[in-house]
Design a binder for this molecule. Structure first.
Ligand code: AMP
Ligand code: MG
Length: 419
């Protein structure tokens, strides 16, 4: 255990966490449950897409050679010999000045090499005329133009979003190999806590961190084992965390990591023989965020202060879980944006301000999402981003360009670039 609290830079804290990440084992997941998982194998095209030359329009399949010389003054006439919709194959071969009426998605009939769009014709009975020539393969959607058989379409380590689902379905993959999800235990500590359904009493507050973290996990497609909440009691906390460590890949606790008389998590880590990766980070809020590792299990000791708890989860727990699942882009994506208000406060440590980020036609703007102390809960509700102000600075003004981390997006980035 680290004896004296030595604050380390955020970047280093993240690196220490990421170094401990080990990949979870893989499993086959039915396609309908695959959204939000991470691909453990690349998706390879099992056939060409489209699998045959086809019409991208409703119209007529013709021989381009027969359209030569067509013009407004000299319209050329074609006879319709068959009529097919998507899913049907014409048994006819298109001959001179013949055509097959064809719908979007239907395969090009033998003999034909161009599609005349319905809008480009004048139809009378079983004939139509055109006023322009067509090139060979004009308006034809070619076999393999979207994907070639054997080609890798999506790499392993990719988040399975709806587009990836579409590709898996295209190639007939009813199951997909994905990393298992981490088993995460979640415990709120604090004698002052009552459950969401309980009435408030003097000195008590409701446990908001537990449900919040459960939702932060849910946003990543990860469930959790709700270990409930415990009063500030070292023995009770030790017993519960010890049991959870045996059963989980990670145990998240909130509260009790500070230096108060009732902050027992450091003692619990010591009794577990845990390797404390850090217990003080150069950041606000959440400088007391502690991450330890015991018996192949991460212990995320997040602050009880709601904003600090939220930030600690997003900065340290989120990328660790994503990386455990093999996600190659586990870090929050970041942008530059223009500060829309003055922020005169000094920033002794890196500051992560819950913020509202918005794109406007003239560029991206960002401003703090209201009351912004580490114990604020409302700014988490109003924010969609963090403004990141580097430590050792002060006096940011409206119009200054600042770094912004975007919260809640499916697509992250592969490295942590901020200090
Ligand atoms: P701690 O980290 O235990 O020192 O708690 C810091 C502050 O966060 C105190 O004001 C606690 O009452 C508050 N707090 C602790 N746990 C929670 C929780 N689960 N939900 C909401 N607030 C909490
Ligand atoms: Mg506490």
């Amino acid at each position: 255990m680290v004896e004296k609290r030595q604050p380390i830079p955020v970047k280093e804290a993240i690196e220490r966490v990421m170094k401990r990440v080990t990949h979870l084992s893989k499993e086959m997941v039915p396609l309908e449950e695959a959204y939000g998982r991470i691909l453990a194998e690349p998706v390879r095209a099992s056939h060409h897409v489209p699998p045959f030359d086809r019409s991208p329009y409703d119209g007529f399949a013709v021989r381009s050679v027969d359209t030569k010389g067509a013009s407004g003054d000299s319209r050329l006439s074609f006879r319709v010999i068959d009529h097919i919709g998507a899913g049907s194959v014409s048994t006819c071969t298109v001959g001179a000045r013949e055509a097959v009426r064809i719908m979007t998605g239907a395969p090009l009939p033998d003999g034909a090499d161009a599609i005349v769009m319905l809008e480009q014709t004048v139809i009378t009975g079983d004939r139509f005329t055109i006023r322009k020539p067509f090139e060979p393969l004009e308006n034809v959607s070619l076999k393999g133009e979207d994907a070639q058989e054997g080609e890798i379409i999506v790499e392993a380590g990719t988040f399975i979003h709806p587009g990836v689902i579409a590709v898996l379905a295209t190639f007939g993959y009813g199951q997909v190999k994905a990393a298992k999800k981490p088993v995460v235990g979640l415990l709120a500590t604090g004698t002052e806590l009552v459950d969401v359904s309980e009435p408030l009493e003097p000195g008590k507050i409701r446990n908001s961190n537990g449900p919040m973290i459960a939702a932060q996990l849910a946003r990543m497609g990860i469930g959790c084992r709700l270990l409930g909440s415990l009063p500030d009691d070292e023995d009770a906390c030790f017993e519960l965390v010890k049991k959870a460590v045996d059963e989980c890949d990670a145990v998240i606790t909130t509260g009790g990591v500070s230096v108060g008389d009732f902050d027992f998590l450091p003692a619990v880590y010591a009794r577990l023989g845990a390797d404390v990766l850090f217990n003080k980070v150069q950041m606000r809020p959440g400088s007391v965020t502690t991450v330890a590792y015991a018996h192949n299990t991460f212990l995320f000791g997040l602050s009880g202060n709601p904003s600090a708890c939220f930030v600690g989860f997003e900065l340290f727990a989120r990328p660790a879980f994503l990386a455990m699942m093999g996600n190659e882009k586990p870090f929050l994506p970041y942008e530059k944006a223009v500060l829309d208000v003055d922020f005169p406060k000094p920033n002794p440590f890196n500051r992560f301000i819950r913020a509202v980020y918005k794109s406007t036609p003239s560029g991206s703007l960002v401003l703090p999402a209201g009351f912004n102390k580490s114990n604020s809960v409302t700014s988490i509700a109003r924010g969609n981003a963090f403004i990141v102000l580097p430590g050792g600075t002060r006096g940011f003004q409206k119009g200054d360009e600042v770094d912004v981390l975007i919260i809640g997006s499916e697509e992250g980035v592969s490295s942590w670039e901020l200090n």
